[in-house]
Design a binder for this molecule. Structure first.
Ligand code: MN
Length: 238
C-alpha cells in the first residue's frame, strides 16, 4: 500500500467513530500507526520530535491508562467514553484516567490533524471555511485567535477549535491533557466536539523551537490537515 492509499484508509477507518463518545471501543488501548512517516512534517515538525512524541509520550499514556484501568478493575477500554464521563468512575482512578486517557485520546486526534505540507488543502474550504469566516471574521483572524489560545496557555495544554452543542464554532484551551469532551472537568460552555487541536506541551516543540512556542505555532499551520478538519466539522454538525 502506498502512503496515499494508507492515509486514506486509516483516516476513513477513524472517521465517524472517534467523535462519538458513546460508541464502545471507539478508541481502545491500541496505538494506530502514524498516518505518515515521522520525517514527513519536516521542516515544520522535526522527525526526532515526532519519534519521541509518538513513540515515547503517546505510548506511555496508553500504558499508564491500561495500568490505571487494571488497578481500578475497569474493563471498559473505550478511552473516549471514559474521559467524557470521568465523574462516573471510581474517585481514586479519576486523575490517572483523566491524564492518561486524555493523553491517549488527544494524541490520537493530533496525529490525524496533521499531514505533510502540500498534501491537501492549504486552508479551510467549503462549509468549514464559510463557518470560520462568519464566526471569526476571516481565516487570518481565526488563526490569530487560535494561536493566541495556544501561546497564552500557561505551562502545558492544548488549544482547540470545537463545535458546541448548538452547532457553533468556538476556540477554547485546556490545561494538561484535558479536552473539550470532559464533562464535569471543563466548563459547560467550553464542552463540544473538537475538530482541531494543537499540542502546546514543550515535548511537542522544544527540540526544534526551544522556548519559542509562537514560532512552533506559526510553522504548525503549514502541516494542518484541513481535509480532516472539514470531515470532523461535517460529522459534528450532524
Ligand atoms: Mn503531546
Amino acid at each position: 500500500m502506498n502512503r496515499r492509499a494508507f492515509l486514506t484508509t486509516s483516516t476513513t477507518a477513524l472517521a465517524g467513530t472517534l467523535f462519538v463518545p458513546t460508541t464502545s471501543h471507539a478508541l481502545d488501548l491500541t496505538q494506530a500507526p502514524l498516518p505518515y512517516a515521522p520525517e514527513a512534517l519536516e521542516p515544520h515538525i522535526d522527525a526526532l520530535t515526532m519519534n519521541i512524541h509518538f513513540g515515547k509520550h503517546h505510548t506511555a499514556y496508553i500504558t499508564k491508562l491500561g495500568d490505571a484501568l487494571k488497578t481500578a478493575g475497569i474493563t471498559n477500554t473505550d478511552a473516549i467514553g471514559l474521559v467524557s464521563d470521568l465523574k462516573a468512575l471510581p474517585a481514586a482512578s479519576q486523575t490517572a484516567i483523566r491524564n492518561n486517557g486524555g493523553g491517549h485520546v488527544n494524541h490520537t486526534w493530533f496525529w490525524k490533524w496533521m499531514a505533510p505540507a502540500g498534501s491537501g488543502p492549504t486552508g479551510p474550504e467549503g462549509k468549514l471555511g464559510d463557518a470560520i469566516q462568519s464566526t471569526f471574521t476571516s481565516i487570518d483572524d481565526f488563526k490569530k485567535l487560535f494561536g493566541e489560545a495556544g501561546v497564552k496557555r500557561f505551562g502545558s495544554g492544548w488549544a482547540w477549535l470545537i463545535v458546541t452543542k448548538d452547532g457553533k464554532l468556538k476556540i477554547t484551551s485546556t490545561p494538561n491533557q484535558d479536552n473539550p469532551l470532559m464533562k464535569g472537568i471543563v466548563d459547560d460552555a467550553d464542552l463540544g466536539t473538537p475538530i482541531l487541536g494543537l499540542d502546546v506541551w514543550e515535548h511537542a516543540y522544544y527540540l526544534k523551537y526551544q522556548n519559542k512556542r509562537p514560532d512552533y505555532i506559526a510553522a504548525w499551520w503549514n502541516v494542518v490537515n484541513w481535509a480532516e478538519v472539514a470531515k470532523g466539522y461535517a460529522a459534528a454538525k450532524v
